[in-house]
Ligand binder design. Sequence first.
Ligand SMILES: Nc1ncnc2c1ncn2[C@@H]1O[C@H](COP(=O)(O)OP(=O)(O)OP(=O)(O)O)[C@@H](O)[C@H]1O
Length: 325
Amino acid sequence: MSVIEMDGLRKEFTVRVKAGPLRREKRTVTAVDGVDLRVERGEMLGCIGPNGAGKSTTLKMLTGVLTPSAGRARVCGLRPVADRTRLALRIGVVFGQRSQLWWDLPLRDSFDLLRHVYRVRAGEHAARLARCRDLLDLDAFLDTPVRQLSLGQRMRGELTAALLHGPEVLFLDEPTIGLDVVSKQAVRGFLAELGRAGDTTLVLTTHDLADIERLCRRLVVIDHGRVVHDGSIAELHRRYGSRRMVVAELDAALPEPPVLPGAPVQRVEADGRRLVFALERASVAEVVAGLAGLTTLRDISIVEPDIEEVVARLYRAPAALMDAP
Ligand SMILES: Nc1ncnc2c1ncn2[C@@H]1O[C@H](COP(=O)(O)OP(=O)(O)OP(=O)(O)O)[C@@H](O)[C@H]1O
Protein backbone atom coordinates (compact mmCIF):
# COMPACT_ATOMS: atom_id res chain seq x y z
CA MET A 1 0.00 0.00 0.00
CA SER A 2 1.28 3.45 -0.90
CA VAL A 3 1.34 5.94 1.93
CA ILE A 4 -0.64 8.44 -0.17
CA GLU A 5 -3.16 7.41 -2.81
CA MET A 6 -5.23 9.67 -5.02
CA ASP A 7 -7.59 8.32 -7.64
CA GLY A 8 -9.51 10.72 -9.84
CA LEU A 9 -9.39 13.29 -7.05
CA ARG A 10 -11.48 16.31 -7.87
CA LYS A 11 -12.61 19.49 -6.20
CA GLU A 12 -15.08 22.02 -7.49
CA PHE A 13 -16.03 25.26 -5.80
CA THR A 14 -19.21 27.16 -6.46
CA VAL A 15 -18.52 30.85 -6.61
CA ARG A 16 -20.81 33.82 -7.22
CA VAL A 17 -19.64 36.21 -9.87
CA LYS A 18 -21.02 39.58 -10.91
CA ALA A 19 -23.21 39.21 -14.00
CA GLY A 20 -24.62 42.74 -14.23
CA PRO A 21 -25.17 45.82 -12.08
CA LEU A 22 -27.44 43.94 -9.67
CA ARG A 23 -27.08 40.36 -10.70
CA ARG A 24 -24.79 37.64 -9.44
CA GLU A 25 -24.43 34.29 -11.12
CA LYS A 26 -23.27 30.98 -9.73
CA ARG A 27 -20.24 29.55 -11.43
CA THR A 28 -18.30 26.36 -10.86
CA VAL A 29 -14.51 26.55 -10.50
CA THR A 30 -12.70 23.26 -10.97
CA ALA A 31 -9.70 23.59 -8.68
CA VAL A 32 -8.54 19.96 -8.90
CA ASP A 33 -9.50 18.06 -12.01
CA GLY A 34 -8.97 14.32 -11.58
CA VAL A 35 -5.57 13.76 -9.97
CA ASP A 36 -4.18 10.21 -9.85
CA LEU A 37 -1.01 9.85 -7.79
CA ARG A 38 0.74 7.37 -5.54
CA VAL A 39 3.41 8.41 -3.05
CA GLU A 40 5.55 5.74 -1.40
CA ARG A 41 6.87 5.69 2.14
CA GLY A 42 9.97 7.87 2.56
CA GLU A 43 9.52 9.70 -0.74
CA MET A 44 10.07 13.45 -0.94
CA LEU A 45 7.60 14.83 -3.44
CA GLY A 46 7.79 18.41 -4.64
CA CYS A 47 4.70 19.95 -6.11
CA ILE A 48 4.86 23.07 -8.26
CA GLY A 49 2.45 24.91 -10.53
CA PRO A 50 1.36 28.43 -11.41
CA ASN A 51 -0.86 30.44 -9.05
CA GLY A 52 -4.31 28.92 -8.78
CA ALA A 53 -3.20 25.56 -10.23
CA GLY A 54 -4.78 23.55 -7.42
CA LYS A 55 -1.79 22.64 -5.22
CA SER A 56 -3.14 23.93 -1.91
CA THR A 57 -6.58 22.51 -2.60
CA THR A 58 -5.00 19.09 -3.18
CA LEU A 59 -3.07 19.31 0.11
CA LYS A 60 -6.24 20.40 1.90
CA MET A 61 -8.07 17.33 0.60
CA LEU A 62 -5.22 15.07 1.70
CA THR A 63 -5.18 16.54 5.19
CA GLY A 64 -8.94 16.39 5.70
CA VAL A 65 -9.57 20.13 5.56
CA LEU A 66 -11.65 19.93 2.37
CA THR A 67 -14.00 17.19 1.18
CA PRO A 68 -13.34 16.09 -2.42
CA SER A 69 -16.17 16.60 -4.92
CA ALA A 70 -15.26 13.26 -6.51
CA GLY A 71 -12.56 10.63 -6.49
CA ARG A 72 -10.74 8.90 -3.68
CA ALA A 73 -7.91 9.89 -1.34
CA ARG A 74 -6.13 7.76 1.25
CA VAL A 75 -3.31 8.83 3.53
CA CYS A 76 -1.69 6.13 5.69
CA GLY A 77 -4.64 3.98 4.63
CA LEU A 78 -7.12 6.44 6.18
CA ARG A 79 -9.86 8.56 4.63
CA PRO A 80 -8.69 12.14 5.27
CA VAL A 81 -12.07 13.66 6.14
CA ALA A 82 -13.90 10.72 7.73
CA ASP A 83 -10.86 9.61 9.75
CA ARG A 84 -9.53 13.09 10.40
CA THR A 85 -8.81 12.66 14.11
CA ARG A 86 -6.91 9.42 13.64
CA LEU A 87 -5.10 10.89 10.66
CA ALA A 88 -4.01 13.94 12.67
CA LEU A 89 -1.87 11.66 14.85
CA ARG A 90 -0.03 10.32 11.81
CA ILE A 91 0.58 13.43 9.74
CA GLY A 92 2.22 16.79 10.32
CA VAL A 93 1.07 19.91 8.51
CA VAL A 94 2.77 23.24 7.92
CA PHE A 95 0.60 25.65 5.98
CA GLY A 96 2.33 29.02 5.64
CA GLN A 97 -0.62 31.20 6.59
CA ARG A 98 -1.99 29.08 9.41
CA SER A 99 -0.18 28.61 12.68
CA GLN A 100 -0.43 25.74 15.11
CA LEU A 101 1.40 27.71 17.77
CA TRP A 102 -0.15 29.74 20.58
CA TRP A 103 0.39 33.37 19.69
CA ASP A 104 0.87 34.68 23.24
CA LEU A 105 2.94 31.80 24.57
CA PRO A 106 6.66 31.25 24.28
CA LEU A 107 7.56 28.57 21.75
CA ARG A 108 8.66 26.24 24.52
CA ASP A 109 5.16 26.33 26.11
CA SER A 110 3.46 25.79 22.74
CA PHE A 111 5.59 22.68 22.27
CA ASP A 112 4.67 21.48 25.73
CA LEU A 113 0.96 21.96 25.06
CA LEU A 114 1.28 20.06 21.79
CA ARG A 115 2.85 17.17 23.68
CA HIS A 116 -0.35 16.93 25.73
CA VAL A 117 -2.65 17.41 22.73
CA TYR A 118 -0.96 14.51 20.92
CA ARG A 119 -0.28 12.55 24.13
CA VAL A 120 3.37 12.02 23.37
CA ARG A 121 5.53 10.32 25.99
CA ALA A 122 7.85 12.75 27.77
CA GLY A 123 11.00 10.91 26.67
CA GLU A 124 10.02 10.84 23.00
CA HIS A 125 9.01 14.49 23.12
CA ALA A 126 12.31 15.50 24.69
CA ALA A 127 14.33 13.54 22.13
CA ARG A 128 12.47 15.01 19.13
CA LEU A 129 12.61 18.52 20.54
CA ALA A 130 16.34 18.20 21.21
CA ARG A 131 16.90 17.19 17.58
CA CYS A 132 14.85 20.13 16.26
CA ARG A 133 16.57 22.55 18.65
CA ASP A 134 19.89 21.41 17.34
CA LEU A 135 19.10 21.25 13.61
CA LEU A 136 16.87 24.32 13.47
CA ASP A 137 18.84 26.40 15.93
CA LEU A 138 15.86 27.20 18.13
CA ASP A 139 17.55 27.97 21.43
CA ALA A 140 17.96 31.70 20.94
CA PHE A 141 14.18 32.23 20.75
CA LEU A 142 12.66 29.26 22.56
CA ASP A 143 11.40 31.53 25.36
CA THR A 144 10.08 34.29 23.10
CA PRO A 145 6.30 34.64 22.66
CA VAL A 146 5.33 33.48 19.19
CA ARG A 147 3.89 36.85 18.17
CA GLN A 148 7.33 38.42 18.61
CA LEU A 149 9.12 35.93 16.36
CA SER A 150 10.36 36.81 12.90
CA LEU A 151 8.85 34.89 9.99
CA GLY A 152 11.93 32.67 9.72
CA GLN A 153 11.96 31.93 13.44
CA ARG A 154 8.25 31.18 13.41
CA MET A 155 8.61 28.83 10.44
CA ARG A 156 11.30 26.91 12.32
CA GLY A 157 8.90 26.74 15.25
CA GLU A 158 6.07 25.55 13.00
CA LEU A 159 8.25 22.78 11.58
CA THR A 160 9.13 21.62 15.06
CA ALA A 161 5.48 21.75 16.13
CA ALA A 162 4.51 19.64 13.12
CA LEU A 163 7.09 16.97 13.94
CA LEU A 164 6.92 16.57 17.70
CA HIS A 165 4.38 13.75 17.55
CA GLY A 166 6.54 11.81 15.08
CA PRO A 167 4.29 11.93 11.99
CA GLU A 168 4.73 9.47 9.14
CA VAL A 169 3.84 12.09 6.52
CA LEU A 170 4.69 15.76 6.55
CA PHE A 171 2.70 18.15 4.33
CA LEU A 172 4.29 21.53 3.74
CA ASP A 173 2.61 24.33 1.83
CA GLU A 174 5.26 26.88 0.82
CA PRO A 175 7.65 26.23 3.70
CA THR A 176 10.26 28.77 2.58
CA ILE A 177 8.05 31.60 1.34
CA GLY A 178 9.23 34.99 2.57
CA LEU A 179 12.23 33.60 4.45
CA ASP A 180 15.65 35.20 4.28
CA VAL A 181 18.57 33.27 2.86
CA VAL A 182 19.80 32.00 6.24
CA SER A 183 16.38 30.77 7.40
CA LYS A 184 15.76 29.20 3.99
CA GLN A 185 19.01 27.30 4.29
CA ALA A 186 18.17 26.20 7.82
CA VAL A 187 14.73 24.94 6.76
CA ARG A 188 16.03 23.22 3.63
CA GLY A 189 18.92 21.63 5.48
CA PHE A 190 16.54 20.35 8.12
CA LEU A 191 14.11 18.90 5.58
CA ALA A 192 16.97 17.31 3.64
CA GLU A 193 18.13 15.65 6.85
CA LEU A 194 14.59 14.43 7.50
CA GLY A 195 14.49 13.02 3.97
CA ARG A 196 17.82 11.26 4.38
CA ALA A 197 16.63 9.53 7.53
CA GLY A 198 14.01 7.99 5.21
CA ASP A 199 11.16 7.28 7.60
CA THR A 200 9.11 10.42 6.94
CA THR A 201 7.24 10.93 3.67
CA LEU A 202 7.36 14.54 2.64
CA VAL A 203 5.01 16.41 0.30
CA LEU A 204 5.75 20.04 -0.30
CA THR A 205 4.36 22.74 -2.55
CA THR A 206 6.56 25.64 -3.45
CA HIS A 207 7.21 28.40 -5.95
CA ASP A 208 10.89 28.28 -5.10
CA LEU A 209 12.52 25.84 -7.46
CA ALA A 210 15.66 25.76 -5.35
CA ASP A 211 13.55 23.95 -2.72
CA ILE A 212 12.78 21.28 -5.30
CA GLU A 213 16.36 21.00 -6.55
CA ARG A 214 17.70 20.72 -3.04
CA LEU A 215 15.10 18.37 -1.64
CA CYS A 216 12.98 16.40 -4.05
CA ARG A 217 13.90 13.62 -6.38
CA ARG A 218 10.35 13.51 -7.63
CA LEU A 219 8.60 16.54 -9.03
CA VAL A 220 4.92 16.86 -9.82
CA VAL A 221 3.80 19.83 -11.91
CA ILE A 222 0.14 20.76 -11.58
CA ASP A 223 -1.63 23.08 -13.97
CA HIS A 224 -5.34 23.81 -14.18
CA GLY A 225 -5.96 21.14 -11.57
CA ARG A 226 -4.22 18.38 -13.50
CA VAL A 227 -0.86 16.66 -13.23
CA VAL A 228 1.15 17.65 -16.30
CA HIS A 229 4.48 16.18 -15.20
CA ASP A 230 5.41 13.48 -12.73
CA GLY A 231 9.06 12.48 -12.62
CA SER A 232 12.56 13.65 -11.85
CA ILE A 233 13.96 17.07 -12.69
CA ALA A 234 16.21 15.38 -15.27
CA GLU A 235 13.13 13.89 -16.94
CA LEU A 236 11.52 17.33 -16.98
CA HIS A 237 14.54 18.69 -18.83
CA ARG A 238 14.50 15.80 -21.28
CA ARG A 239 10.80 16.10 -21.92
CA TYR A 240 10.78 19.82 -22.52
CA GLY A 241 13.98 19.90 -24.52
CA SER A 242 16.23 21.79 -22.12
CA ARG A 243 19.67 22.16 -23.53
CA ARG A 244 23.08 22.74 -22.08
CA MET A 245 24.65 26.00 -23.18
CA VAL A 246 28.22 26.86 -24.10
CA VAL A 247 29.33 30.40 -23.32
CA ALA A 248 32.27 31.50 -25.43
CA GLU A 249 34.23 34.64 -24.56
CA LEU A 250 36.03 35.95 -27.66
CA ASP A 251 39.01 38.27 -27.96
CA ALA A 252 37.13 40.38 -30.50
CA ALA A 253 33.61 40.37 -31.91
CA LEU A 254 33.00 38.53 -35.20
CA PRO A 255 31.32 40.43 -38.06
CA GLU A 256 28.44 37.91 -38.02
CA PRO A 257 27.36 35.35 -35.40
CA PRO A 258 28.91 32.06 -36.57
CA VAL A 259 26.78 29.22 -37.86
CA LEU A 260 27.92 25.99 -36.19
CA PRO A 261 26.08 22.77 -37.07
CA GLY A 262 23.98 21.47 -34.16
CA ALA A 263 24.71 24.49 -31.92
CA PRO A 264 22.60 27.55 -32.76
CA VAL A 265 23.55 30.90 -31.24
CA GLN A 266 21.10 31.76 -28.47
CA ARG A 267 22.42 35.11 -27.38
CA VAL A 268 25.04 37.65 -28.35
CA GLU A 269 26.32 39.69 -25.41
CA ALA A 270 29.13 42.10 -24.43
CA ASP A 271 29.11 43.81 -27.85
CA GLY A 272 29.55 40.53 -29.64
CA ARG A 273 32.47 39.31 -27.52
CA ARG A 274 30.31 36.79 -25.68
CA LEU A 275 28.33 34.18 -27.61
CA VAL A 276 25.95 31.69 -26.05
CA PHE A 277 25.36 28.48 -28.02
CA ALA A 278 22.68 25.86 -27.32
CA LEU A 279 24.03 22.32 -27.54
CA GLU A 280 21.39 20.67 -29.69
CA ARG A 281 23.35 17.95 -31.45
CA ALA A 282 26.91 19.28 -31.32
CA SER A 283 29.33 18.49 -28.49
CA VAL A 284 31.31 21.09 -26.55
CA ALA A 285 34.46 19.97 -28.38
CA GLU A 286 32.79 20.58 -31.76
CA VAL A 287 31.74 24.09 -30.74
CA VAL A 288 35.26 24.86 -29.52
CA ALA A 289 36.79 23.46 -32.72
CA GLY A 290 34.30 25.41 -34.87
CA LEU A 291 35.10 28.67 -33.09
CA ALA A 292 38.86 28.11 -32.98
CA GLY A 293 38.88 28.20 -36.80
CA LEU A 294 37.25 31.64 -36.76
CA THR A 295 38.62 33.60 -33.84
CA THR A 296 40.71 33.54 -30.67
CA LEU A 297 38.88 32.14 -27.68
CA ARG A 298 39.50 33.80 -24.34
CA ASP A 299 37.35 31.54 -22.20
CA ILE A 300 34.71 28.87 -22.50
CA SER A 301 32.16 27.68 -19.96
CA ILE A 302 29.25 25.27 -19.90
CA VAL A 303 25.92 26.19 -18.36
CA GLU A 304 23.67 23.35 -17.27
CA PRO A 305 19.95 23.70 -18.09
CA ASP A 306 18.10 26.01 -15.80
CA ILE A 307 15.03 24.59 -14.13
CA GLU A 308 13.50 28.09 -13.85
CA GLU A 309 13.62 28.41 -17.60
CA VAL A 310 12.05 25.06 -18.37
CA VAL A 311 9.31 25.60 -15.78
CA ALA A 312 8.57 29.09 -17.14
CA ARG A 313 8.17 27.56 -20.60
CA LEU A 314 5.96 24.85 -19.17
CA TYR A 315 3.69 27.38 -17.43
CA ARG A 316 3.40 29.46 -20.58
CA ALA A 317 2.30 26.48 -22.70
CA PRO A 318 -1.49 26.20 -22.84
CA ALA A 319 -2.64 23.24 -20.75
CA ALA A 320 -4.21 21.57 -23.78
CA LEU A 321 -0.82 21.34 -25.47
CA MET A 322 0.76 19.48 -22.61
CA ASP A 323 0.50 15.76 -22.94
CA ALA A 324 -0.22 13.55 -19.96
CA PRO A 325 2.73 12.81 -17.64
N1 LIG B 1 -12.53 28.29 -0.93
C1 LIG B 1 -12.53 28.53 -2.23
N2 LIG B 1 -13.62 29.01 -2.86
C2 LIG B 1 -13.63 29.23 -4.17
N3 LIG B 1 -12.57 29.02 -4.99
C3 LIG B 1 -11.45 28.54 -4.43
C4 LIG B 1 -11.35 28.27 -3.02
N4 LIG B 1 -10.11 27.81 -2.75
C5 LIG B 1 -9.45 27.80 -3.94
N5 LIG B 1 -10.26 28.24 -4.94
C6 LIG B 1 -9.89 28.33 -6.36
O1 LIG B 1 -9.37 27.08 -6.77
C7 LIG B 1 -8.28 27.24 -7.65
C8 LIG B 1 -7.06 26.54 -7.10
O2 LIG B 1 -6.61 27.22 -5.93
P1 LIG B 1 -5.37 26.72 -5.04
O3 LIG B 1 -5.29 27.63 -3.87
O4 LIG B 1 -5.49 25.27 -4.81
O5 LIG B 1 -4.15 26.99 -6.02
P2 LIG B 1 -2.60 26.93 -5.74
O6 LIG B 1 -2.01 26.07 -6.83
O7 LIG B 1 -2.33 26.51 -4.35
O8 LIG B 1 -2.19 28.45 -5.97
P3 LIG B 1 -1.05 29.38 -5.32
O9 LIG B 1 0.24 28.94 -5.95
O10 LIG B 1 -1.45 30.74 -5.77
O11 LIG B 1 -1.10 29.19 -3.84
C9 LIG B 1 -8.12 28.76 -7.84
O12 LIG B 1 -8.83 29.11 -9.01
C10 LIG B 1 -8.78 29.34 -6.61
O13 LIG B 1 -9.30 30.61 -6.88
